[in-house]
Design a protein around this ligand. Structure first.
Ligand code: ADP
Ligand code: MG
Length: 372
């Protein structure tokens, strides 16, 4: 397959950042994500057969499968595509016919900017258009998430798919993950910029530990429900209430619950800080979030901790934290625009001295959701 072949349509599907509110989406909390200008490009055309052929330039690999055989593949990336078609079939039986898809992307894979949701939602949106399926955004968000749960095995929350589909240029989304209601918040950080620093490590724990955390949160909820049975999600439980359970929960489970409850509150405080243009307060909330993710929720790693700790050496950096599922990937940093280049240079040297790994900076521009 060649990118210069003629295609019926081109989909641009963005990655996302999350300013704050990490690991709260599956706990019914509030997150503050936005779509970014880095994207997966999918070129698609009907091929008048019963087969699907997909080429990914990033993996430099192509595979073909029959629409009569939508079973899991042993190769991970195939499953995002097979899974999306599987769940479209549930809603629109046999409406998807054979097609070719050429994928290219400037989103780093597995770095916490949600290349996975960009891939799922991009395929779903493209097929929706190619075969005139009439699926709503809500259906596309849900079936993409289901594909990741079942075919890939990551029990992700809804934030990633939601943001990829609903993102708006220059706006953060204050997303209530319980109701999937959201408000848009215009981003104006004045002299400050959002910069991602990619550790370029991914510890492979991300997927398995993700599901472990979900399980731990469910355990905490069960115990809390024995006393408060009207609360459905951990983010409905105030930190003071979580503290009542300090001696009733195993320490790790207690820590998970306390982090989750506090992180949900931090998202709401972050919105207040943005509205009051108090970027120092916002930066402090990012640092607190990282502290919780590292010490209580235990989804950080030495590389992420190093970068966040190192950023505290600079007054020109207001805040930093790990972003995404964890165990590698990127930190998100609020850095004064006049110092971005110098600070990145210094931090890259320090990071290389410590870990012998190159740091990759990514300047963030907040863009629209998936587009055809
Ligand atoms: P993240 O969503 O943070 O990038 P995940 O581990 O959830 O990390 O998803 C990354 C996976 O998504 C990759 O390992 C690969 O299987 C799939 N993926 C993402 N982008 C592409 C691409 N351009 N081509 C093929 N597979 C991709
Ligand atoms: Mg992902």
């Amino acid at each position: 397959m060649n990118k210069n072949d003629s295609y019926d349509l081109v989909v641009k599907s963005p990655g996302r950042i999350n300013l704050i509110g990490e690991h709260v989406d599956y706990n019914g909390g509030h997150a503050l994500p936005a779509a970014i200008d880095k994207k997966i490009t999918l070129k698609m055309k009907k091929n008048n057969s019963n087969n699907v052929t997909v080429y990914s330039k990033n993996i430099d690999s192509e595979f073909t499968f029959s629409l009569s055989d939508l079973n899991r593949s042993s190769i991970e990336w195939h499953n995002y595509i097979i899974g999306v078609i599987f769940y479209i079939n549930v809603l629109r039986p046999d409406a998807v016919k054979g097609f070719d898809c050429y994928i290219d992307s400037n989103l780093p894979l597995g770095s916490g900017v949600s290349s996975s949701a960009a891939l799922e939602c991009g395929v779903a949106k493209g097929l929706n258009e190619l075969f005139k399926l009439g699926l709503s955004d809500t259906e596309i968000i849900k079936l993409s998430k289901d594909a990741e749960h079942t075919m890939v095995g990551t029990k992700c929350g809804v934030m990633d798919q939601f943001t990829v589909v609903k993102g708006q240029k220059d706006h953060l989304l204050l997303l209530n993950c319980k109701t999937q209601e959201y408000k848009t918040i215009k981003v104006d950080f004045g002299d400050y910029k959002l910069i991602l620093l990619n550790t370029n490590v991914s510890h492979n724990l991300a997927s398995s530990e993700y599901n472990v955390r979900r399980g731990e949160c469910e355990i905490a909820m069960k115990v809390i429900n024995a006393k408060y049975n009207d609360l459905k999600y951990l983010c409905d439980v105030k930190p003071e209430v979580v503290k009542e359970f300090k001696n009733l929960l195993p320490e790790k489970i207690y820590n998970r619950a306390l982090y989750t409850s506090k992180e949900n509150q931090r998202t709401l405080k972050a919105v207040e800080a943005i509205n009051c243009k108090d970027l120092h307060a916002l930066g402090n909330l990012l640092y607190q979030s990282h502290e919780g993710l590292s010490k209580l929720y235990e989804v950080s790693c030495p590389e992420l901790d190093f970068l966040v700790e190192y950023s505290k050496n600079y007054d020109q950096i207001l805040g930093a934290r790990m972003m995404g599922g964890g165990f590698g990937g990127c930190t998100i940093n609020i850095i004064h625009k006049d110092f971005v280049e110098n600070l990145i240079e210094e931090m890259s040297i320090a990071y290389r001295n410590q870990f012998s790994i190159d740091l990759t900076p990514i300047a963030i521009h907040i863009g629209d959701g998936v587009k055809i």
